[in-house]
Design a protein around this ligand. Structure first.
Ligand code: NI
Length: 168
């Protein structure tokens, strides 16, 4: 896999719901490793399996998104078990190139999943990392951040995209 394999809107794989992972085998671990590499080379701070065309509930992200030091984490079958507060954040997505928009999310979340080795892993996050986790888990449910903005702003993006495609 390489960076070119990031699927972009309106690819239907981004609208599909990813399946629960029932076995953590070499194939899932290889997927995680490839996704991690793609995330850093993009560069991005998080990536969901849908974005590389695989419908499995797997996300990768960097636990220290603001630092230079890399701390990649993979979560299999991630679930938001606690969410509180509200935050507005300017979001972007590797699958929605050249567009950002403010999205309202929870300010603080606790996410529960399974790590690359098959151990349970809870992550508590706020601000950028919390937003990132909510954004990536949305991907697994076939939801993009542009689905969470106003119809007017979304229409603006679609218009921009049409122009861009025409220009090619
Ligand atoms: Ni995204």
């Amino acid at each position: 896999m390489n960076q070119k394999e990031i699927h972009t809107y309106p690819d239907p794989v981004l609208k599909a719901r990813a399946e629960v992972v029932t076995e953590i085998d070499a194939e899932i671990q290889a997927l995680i490793d490839a996704m991690t590499e793609i995330m850093y080379s993009a560069p991005g701070i998080g990536l969901a399996a849908n974005q590389v065309g695989v419908l499995k509930r797997v996300i990768v992200f960097d636990r220290t998104p603001k630092d230079r030091e890399r701390d990649p984490v993979a979560l299999i079958n991630p679930e938001i078990v606690l969410s509180e507060d509200e935050i507005k954040w300017e979001e972007a997505c590797l699958s929605v190139p050249d567009f950002t928009a403010e999205v309202v999310r929870n300010g603080r979340v606790k996410v529960r999943g399974i790590d690359r080795e098959g151990n349970p892993l809870d992550i508590e996050a706020e601000d950028l990392l919390g937003v990132c986790l909510q954004h990536e888990i949305d991907h697994l449910d076939g939801i993009l951040f542009i689905d969470r903005i106003s119809t007017l702003k979304r229409a603006l993006y679609k218009k921009k995209l049409k122009k861009k495609l025409k220009g090619k």
